[in-house]
Design a protein around this ligand. Sequence first.
Ligand code: ZN
Length: 435
Amino acid sequence: MKITMHRGAKTIGGTCIEIEHEGTRIIIDMGIPLMDSSGKEIDKNLLKNPTTDNGILPRVSGLYKEDIPTISAVLVSHHHQDHYGLINHVHPSIPIYASQGTKELIEIGNIFCGPKVNLSNIKIFEHWKEFYINSIIIKSYLMDHSGFDASAFLIGTEKNRNTIFYTGDFRAHGNKGNLFKKMIGNPFTNLKVLILEGTNFIDIVPEYPDEKSVKNAFIKLFKNQSGPSFICSSGSNIDRIVNLYKAIRTSRKILVIDLYSAFVLDRLKTVTTRIPQFNWRNIRVYFEGSHKHLLEKTLGKSSYEKFESRIIKIEDVALLGNRAVIKIPPNRIESVMRRVPNKTGMSTIVYSMWKGYLKNTTIYDKLCTKHGMDFKYIHTTGHAYREDLVMLANVQNEESIIIPVHTCHGDDYEKYFRKERVVKLEDSNNEYTVK
Ligand SMILES: [Zn+2]
């Protein structure tokens, strides 16, 4: 079995790994890069027309629309753009494999954001069940990550099922942290290669170390709020919405969510019944921006009519006083605040996403100063801490090789593992043949 790192050895985002066995070639993840090989942020203009020449599409033969297809499958680990955002360029005859939740979220992305991803050749796999792509056997493991329904892949053959484990993006401190504990308690027998993400392979002292501490910070904040609070978070970060909901229940508040979030939660109920829904007690829905229009255009009126039974106008949230907690899509804070007629007594704006998205705080500072509100940053990372990464690697067969991926700190792996265990690949056709 041969591993080719097309991208991701030294960067975060844009991961693309090829696995080959007896002539069958599969690709794992096909994401949009966030940075170039020198660590500089990707020029957004290049993303408008991705090509292999401009470096956005990794150079993989037999993968793209204009090629004679020789790749047997593309596996998507989860719905974050830096893992699936380029699959639209894949030859339409090559099947895309994803979990049910990943597929749902990509479909939702097709409705609300561009560019549209062709899903006509998508195949759904179930977690913890093996499936075959010719002689390659794959088993998906559900992982704890800020991306919903994220997979890791155990890849092998009839002779050796535990050849390669690709972690995808994961963490141990989210709502599904038990999955990590289970994995630590059940190392793979005779694993040969661990392809280990290392976004956080650095020293960090987080203010909020886990999702639980985020939930507790929300509870503390809501209990003491003098008026409505506004929470800027991603509608597809389901762990965060679950904890927001738990926090409003404990502090006896009302969670007001935007139509997009209500739609996402409704679609994902086919995957899990354990996430809040628009018609649950203490939840209301407001219609904001173009969401209603986009739903009507793609799926018709019936796609949003049911949410109208729980509607509250954003103009009326002030009437809920200190009971209101309003979840806002990032970048809508100004337009939402503008629609609130009486801003006296407004409490706090919370930014609850990765700080990297918060280019500057000017908008928040302005709004807070203008309306006498507080600004708070309450968030925990979607990626495992170094101690958890090291733990996962160290419970495996001690002869197994570790390949760093999705990291800018690949050189540091050697400080934490025996040098002979670490194989640092370079991007672009740097291969490792599994012994
Ligand atoms: Zn991710």
